[in-house]
Design a protein around this ligand. Structure first.
Ligand SMILES: Nc1ncnc2c1ncn2[C@@H]1O[C@H](COP(=O)(O)OP(=O)(O)O)[C@@H](O)[C@H]1O
Ligand SMILES: [Mg+2]
Length: 266
């Protein structure tokens, strides 16, 4: 496997406060990494450093092998989709205009191609055709979230960053979006970094889970390994509830984590 994202000795300081220090992480291409940890531990900061929205104060970040401090932000972001919680859609643009915004920038001349991309991604994220002409204010929270995901994916990026994208939707919609996202991931082979504060979601979606506390990595492992062998007290407490609902023998814990059974029982 080759490396999609690499953090090397990353440091980030806000004012007097060091929020990230000595941060080393390699995300292999095609991995679905869920990022979890207490509030304020630096999850959003880590994510935003990948697409240059936050600049580190020390260390280097490599995306697809290139040091991003030497890249122009436009070509970096062209290859990285970004979706966050709540609606960040352009309120004065229709669903279609929102989704086609980036593809339009990328291939100005080929309108037909953009139209096809919009059609394709609306279908994949489960938006009805008749929603094309609607404005964000005319959509439910779940529908807005779907448009946000379609928009993040419409430029066919190699990397998708998501920051608590399903935080504001109801349980049922959340379950549907999780399933759809996992299918998109499996179909496209895209590399994903997905921040969540929900351990069930982290275990269900991730091929790898990154557990953070106070700007440091507690553990970076496959969901089944996290459940079977938590490497710190912090991780142990985090997965404790999940382990209790998983009353299966050890060798089946992997299935339990991946099937989302734990999440549904909670
Ligand atoms: N722009 C900023 N200015 C000052 N402090 C910030 C800024 N952004 C984040 N922080 C602080 O950095 C820490 C990590 O924040 P963040 O990455 O948003 O955490 P998380 O996403 O894990 O909740 C927090 O203590 C937060 O208050
Ligand atoms: Mg955050």
């Amino acid at each position: 496997m080759s490396k999609a994202i690499e953090f090397k000795q990353i440091k980030k300081v806000y004012g007097e406060k060091t929020v990230i220090e000595g941060f080393d992480l390699t995300v292999e291409r095609g991995e679905f990494v869920t990022v979890i940890g207490s509030s304020g531990c630096g999850k959003t900061t880590v994510l935003k450093m990948v697409n240059g929205l936050v600049i580190p104060d020390g260390g280097s970040i490599f995306v697809e092998g290139r040091d991003i401090s030497e890249m122009d932000m436009i070509s970096l972001r062209r290859n990285i989709g970004y979706a966050i919680q709540g609606s960040v859609l352009f309120p004065h643009m229709t669903v279609e205009e929102n989704i086609s915004y980036v593809p339009d920038l990328l291939n100005k001349k080929d309108k037909e191609r953009t139209k096809k991309a919009v059609e394709k991604w609306m279908g994949i994220v489960g938006l009805e055709e008749d929603m094309r002409e609607r404005y964000p204010s005319e959509l439910s929270g779940g529908q807005q979230q779907r448009v946000g995901i379609a928009r993040a994916l419409a430029a066919s990026p190699d990397i998708l960053l998501m920051d608590e994208p399903f935080g504001a939707v109801d349980e049922i919609t959340r379950g549907q979006l999780q399933t759809e996202l996992r299918q998109i991931y499996e179909k496209t082979g895209i590399t994903v970094m997905f921040v969540t504060h929900d351990i069930s979601e982290a275990l269900k979606l991730g091929t790898k889970v990154l557990v953070m506390d106070r700007g440091k990595i507690e553990q970076y492992a496959a969901p089944e390994d996290l459940l079977k062998a938590p490497s710190t007290e912090f991780v142990s407490r985090l997965v404790e509830k999940e382990r209790r609902v998983c009353t299966l023998p050890d060798e089946q814990l992997a299935d339990c984590g991946h099937s989302g059974a734990a999440g549904h029982l909670l």
